[in-house]
Design a protein around this ligand. Structure first.
Ligand code: ADP
Length: 325
């Protein structure tokens, strides 16, 4: 183990795409550090704030009343400068000037790469996985996913009501640029006729046949769940309408999936991960991503985390196909 360094002040930031539960993580990081006698610098707008000196010391009250809120009180941004040598040098200098001994960075893979670069240049970092896509390979669970998928099923239940009244088909596009986890879970949870994800070949003829079979079986609503990564929403919508004669509409849920009050799962896991991240830093450990394995909160080396892969649960999609008619 590395020799423990005396930490007087740590920084906390949120970066990349926002996710419900980020606030709970920021609160847990802040309160854990303060409870251990360590100051906390809240860094605004992701790595931008580090480069531009947008930061302030947080006290316990600064993180009151945020546990239950979506979004992130520290704001988040993408920072291209941070990927340059000059930007990185400014970030290191800002840490020195502001007496920041280590950083907890909440975000996705891009954020982890930034944390890796900072650690290599002498600013120890621990990262917390946050993304509604749940596609971070090193952890079974990423903060924000449960809230997002619950938002999706609420929206789809509403759509199903109106589809049922009009004997209509809805092709619902959900988020997940490179990952179909939201589509697979939300499709199963709403009894979608078919689920299409980018990781698996999309057989549009088979999807049309499934919608027809659902109609013949006496169904009155037809939901087809499509991950944005599949890239077939408009084409599939037109094809279903043309080949089944059922009025078919595309609904792209978009950013509504990113907001909202975090579920109990997101609040609890974010709190546990935030607490763990500070524990690790104060133990003198860094270059780590906090991870969930089964029900345990543990940590994985960032380089190793970035090399790992995670696949969509194909058996869930197949099971849904068998029973949704
Ligand atoms: P996410 O963290 O959600 O994956 P991004 O990929 O946009 O989101 O990354 C967030 C930020 O992390 C970027 O805007 C940039 O500041 C930083 N970052 C991303 N990739 C790298 C990299 N290769 N080296 C250093 N910093 C990076």
């Amino acid at each position: 183990m590395q020799e423990a360094k005396k930490f007087r002040r740590i920084g906390v930031l949120t970066s990349g795409g926002d996710a419900p539960g980020m606030n709970a993580a920021v609160r847990a990081v802040t309160r854990t550090a303060l409870a251990r006698g360590v100051e906390v610098m809240g860094i605004y707008n992701g790595y931008n704030g580090l480069i531009n000196g947008e930061m302030k010391l947080l006290d316990a009250r600064d993180v009151s009343d945020i546990l239950q809120r979506g979004g992130t009180m520290l704001y988040t941004a993408r920072c291209l400068d941070f990927k340059t040598e000059e930007g990185m040098a400014r970030a290191i200098e800002a840490c020195r000037e502001n007496k920041i001994d280590g950083i907890v960075a909440c975000g996705g893979d891009g954020t982890f790469r930034g944390a890796l670069d900072l650690t290599r240049r002498g600013v120890p970092c621990v990262a917390i996985p946050c993304t509604i896509d749940n596609d971070i390979s090193s952890t079974d669970y990423s903060i924000g996913y449960d809230t997002a998928v619950n938002t999706v099923i609420q929206m789809v239940d509403r759509l199903a009501d109106t589809c049922q009244s009009h004997l209509r088909c809805s092709v619902v596009e959900v988020m997940g640029r490179a990952a179909g986890h939201i589509a697979a879970d939300a499709g199963t949870a709403t009894g979608a006729c078919a689920i299409a994800v980018g990781e698996l070949p999309v057989d549009m003829d088979k999807i049309v046949a499934r919608v027809k079979a659902c109609k013949e079986a006496g169904r009155h609503h037809f939901i087809v769940m499509v991950s944005e990564g599949a890239g077939v929403t408009q084409e599939l919508t037109a094809k279903i309408e043309k080949e089944t004669g059922i009025e078919t509409r595309a609904t792209v849920l978009g950013h509504v999936q990113r907001g909202g009050t975090p579920t109990v799962r997101d609040r609890v896991i974010a709190t546990r991960m935030g607490h763990k991240a500070v524990d690790l830093l104060l133990e003198g450990r860094s270059n780590l991503v906090v991870a969930m394995r089964k029900d345990d909160i543990t940590a994985v080396d960032i380089e190793e985390a970035l090399r790992m892969t995670k696949s969509v649960d194909r058996s869930l999609i197949e099971m849904n196909e068998e029973i949704s008619f």
